[in-house]
Write a protein that binds this ligand. Structure first.
Ligand SMILES: NC(=O)c1ccc[n+]([C@@H]2O[C@H](COP(=O)([O-])OP(=O)(O)OC[C@H]3O[C@@H](n4cnc5c(N)ncnc54)[C@H](O)[C@@H]3O)[C@@H](O)[C@H]2O)c1
Length: 359
């Protein structure tokens, strides 16, 4: 590592004060798989209560974590909280997020920040008006490997080119999740309702995966000014391929849902003084991304090893610190708006046969 590259802290930083009193809204899959175990491990947050309109899920999670479980959001919001973690389907993010802000609470909201950039803008405006924090759940920003990569990209000088990829497996996904996930409480009626909203795969998959990829592009390279994209299909599999102009560099991206191989996520960035190469893992492995940095002047590679690091726990603790210290959240609501603008621009370019869309 060169001296001008600060290494991110791979350990959990010191708590910024008493544990943040947190309520969980939405007791579905990501809540049970990632957030509840992260909350249970962290000294910086304390789970006070949970809610879900499904009494099956609210009841199961309430019993497992020994906290009150409500079926109505209003009841949860009166449970003596400082903040909520919103893990409900995208179409409810804006209304539930605004409801929590209006109750005077800070909000950590799953990605994408809302169903549209306009709705995410409402969250941004409401948070600014009420002086509350909103953090969006693009948890890769809290992966120490990605934080190292960001500092290294800063040291590359002018960027000539960059590429990002995000590819999900078909068959291997089920067995991988079965090995990694805790036993899940399931409400089949919730599953079948959500399946109807996910049936428009072109919209759903671009939004759910694009929220990660486009946040990563902005985190490493700055704002995007233009997108062009095309969509190809291979039976049920969808592949978005595109190029972007960012304030620092031209970039390309590929989002595949799905590939007939194992999970593949990463990026390569080439600058005038070297290169940064990133390989990320399926997030539920809680393994920090592997990053290799080439320094042309010394002809050396640097490659820190952060071992395992839970990005969901780290994002939660970063949120608690931002609230306690009254600091900006990362990513904030405006980053959530920008990620959605990129998702919408990508969809618009696909509809226009790959014509560039300016942002
Ligand atoms: N960061 C990540 O890695 C990641 C991974 C998966 C999903 N997500 C995001 O998390 C969110 C939830 O996804 P999921 O897969 O857990 O979905 P899910 O359908 O499994 O769970 C959502 C839950 O929200 C509940 N719900 C609906 N309306 C509610 C309300 N008014 N109050 C409280 N609960 C309500 C549903 O009953 C359901 O139990 C989505 O926005 C998704 O994009 C993020």
């Amino acid at each position: 590592m060169t001296q001008d590259q600060a290494a991110p802290d791979s350990t959990t930083p010191e708590a910024a004060g008493p544990a943040l009193r947190l309520g969980l809204i939405g007791c579905g899959r990501i809540a049970q798989v990632a957030h509840l175990p992260a909350i249970a491990k962290s000294a910086d947050v304390r789970l006070v209560a949970v809610s879900d309109p499904s009494t099956v899920l609210a009841g199961a999670v309430s019993r497992r974590y020994d906290v009150p479980g409500y079926s109505r959001t209003e009841e949860l919001l009166q449970a003596g909280l400082e903040a909520v973690l919103v893990a409900v389907p995208d179409r409810f993010h804006r209304d539930i997020g605004c409801q929590a802000l209006q109750a005077g609470l800070h909000v950590l909201i799953e990605k994408p920040a809302a169903a549209t950039s306009e709705e995410a803008g409402d969250l941004l405006d409401m948070a600014a008006k009420l002086g509350r924090k909103v953090q969006v759940g693009a948890m890769r920003r809290h992966d120490p490997g990605i934080q190292y990569a960001r500092a290294a990209v800063e040291g590359l000088g002018a960027i000539a080119s960059a590429t990002f990829w995000y590819r999900l497996p078909t068959t291997l996904r089920a067995s991988t999740e079965a090995a990694l996930f805790p036993p899940l409480a399931v409400d089949q009626s919730v599953r079948s309702t959500e399946a109807q909203f996910k049936a428009d795969r072109e919209t759903y998959l671009l939004r759910t995966h694009g929220a990660h990829v486009f946040d990563a592009v902005r985190y490493l390279l700055g704002d995007v000014t233009q997108v062009r994209a095309e969509l190809s299909r291979s039976r049920a599999d969808l592949h978005w391929r595109g190029s972007m102009r960012t304030t620092r560099a031209p970039a390309s991206f590929e989002i595949s849902a799905n590939i007939h191989a194992n999970y593949a996520e990463g990026a390569e960035v080439f600058g005038e003084r070297g290169a940064v190469s990133i390989r990320s893992y399926f997030p539920f492995y809680r393994q920090a991304s592997s990053v290799r940095v080439f320094h042309e002047q010394s002809l050396e590679w640097t490659s820190p090893d952060y071992g395992a690091a839970d990005p969901y726990q780290r994002q939660l603790e970063a949120f608690a610190r931002a609230v306690r210290r009254d600091e900006p959240t990362d990513p904030g609501a405006s980053d959530g708006v920008e990620a959605l603008r990129l998702i919408e621009a990508t969809a618009a370019s696909v509809r226009a046969d790959g014509r560039p869309v300016d942002l």
